[in-house]
Ligand binder design. Sequence first.
Ligand code: TMP
Length: 209
Amino acid sequence: MKGLFITLEGGDGAGKSTQIRNIERFFAEKGLIVVHTREPGGTPISEKLRDILLDNHNSEMSPVTEMMIYAASRAQNVRENIIPALERGEVVICDRFVDSSVAYQAYGRGLGDMVSEVNKYATGGLSPDITFWLDIDPQAGRARAAKVGELDRLETEEMEFHYRVYEGYRKIAEGDPERVRRIDASESVDAIRDHIYECLEELCRSKGI
Ligand code: TMP
């Protein structure tokens, strides 16, 4: 596929939204068309699934149900949004992707290898060109997220859950260092942007952009 597929990952309150705007600016300045999407969500069907997933009233949802709804949302976003944009040669920036399911459902919920397996079908094997993991301690992230608004179903999970998710991200980054770039999210917004821009310059050079 001609385009570039970039994903951002990290616990709640890591500052992904700010850096997504910076990444959009980086590619817009190169004259490229940028598509910004998010998971769960990104298409009308996927946004409905997002509402189900994050609704605090759905406390009885089983981990397998949860994992499959995340995968269903992704399957739709990949086919309706992401692949067509990549085929047009555009840059797709996705706020969370399969790594979130591995961190939250495989590690956080303890579902293990089933999660990667199901997501192979959901994505049809599509993988990001580069992933930025904004690494923030779960306790610090929760404090920041709480300042922004009401907590959703996942955010209200106990701290042990968020530490298992964190451990999941650490293992994902360790296992795939070429794709997953760890960014220290406790640094200043400008320092984080500079680090991300360095990685993007390197990616563009390798792709001849
Ligand atoms: P967001 O608020 O950052 O958009 O993410 C919604 C929540 O869903 C967040 O707590 C992380 C969680 N999540 C999963 O548990 N699995 C997934 O596959 C994705 C994409 C998100």
